[in-house]
Ligand binder design. Sequence first.
Ligand code: FMN
Length: 356
Amino acid sequence: MARSAHSLFRPFTLHGVELPNRIAMAPMTRSFSPNGVPGENVAAYYRRRAAGGVGLIITEGVYIPHDASGFDPKVPHLYGEDALAGWKNVVSEVHATQGRIFAQLWHVGQQITGGPQPQPGQAPVGPSMPLSEIEAIITAFGQAAANAQSVGFDGVEIHGAHGYLIDQFLWERTNHRTDHYGGSLIARTRFAADVIAEIRRRVGPNFPVMLRFSQFKVADYDAHLAKTPAELDRILAPLVAAGLNALHASTRRFWEPAFPGSELTLAGWTKKLTGLPTMAVGSVTLGTDMATSFRTNGSSGTEGIDKLLDCMDRDEFDLIAVGRSLIVNPLWSKIVEAGDVDQLKPFDRNVLATLE
Ligand SMILES: Cc1cc2nc3c(=O)[nH]c(=O)nc-3n(C[C@H](O)[C@H](O)[C@H](O)COP(=O)(O)O)c2cc1C
């Protein structure tokens, strides 16, 4: 008989937002929003996952109101009348099925991966930008969060992971500043802390603000922001103090130990060090990690489910995000709850060509 997945289906309250279970949809860029406007197809895509039993949806990365936040004309915006009307519709569709949805706030910085490139007149910015530009971007993050709140989102997730702008400030290899935004590990957290504080100032105390961070970068899977738990503590403590309510530790495989000498995962350490609600992610019910699956079609893997239930049973972290498996299995939650994990379809990168 299949093992009970009960621990995955316990309710959870995230800073006042009641979630029916521990399952989240991971943020995934889909590029189906021409001119930055999410349409009915985007609303139907998210609604389908909410109706399929996902406790919390985190949207794809959404550009904040800044000229260089990103260069893909089909990535949605969190600004402008049309885009905000589009999001209002997405949110109400998700809410209509009792779902919950956070917007992911995204600025790519200097990392332009594949896809559309900057046009003449569009210039990427990175940590070495002038102070006045830094201030403009901090303001833009605050504005995006306020916009998200105004159209009814249940919270926001700041994209501080994978080598994009916030992570470029956090990482010693990409932050070459010598003022208060660079140099020591603590100084490198300052930009992220200022972004969090500005968002908190704009949205008030009750609106959930989560930060996604990672050790790895899209262009460097072996990178480490923190080499020890003590370093991780020194990075996270000022960010929590700036006003976070939750953290999302992004890894390629959620079950891997984060540091030598302990079995604890990155999400496990994050929860232990901060005491905040923590989400894990990475290769849930998949046989291959993200980079490999873009080269080959992945196998489905039921092996991870036992590791996930082990972590859930001992409350190592609170929530689990599911990415690719949820693209191919909109009913992921219902299938797993019924104990039919072996019915899950494997990820096939060709499904990314359409939004279903
Ligand atoms: C098509 C695709 C788009 C993604 N876009 C984003 C994104 O916009 N923001 C983000 O933080 N992570 C993004 N990711 C990473 C996912 O959120 C997730 O961390 C990753 O897919 C690992 O989870 P999985 O193994 O369950 O797929 C993306 C992943 C995929 C496959």
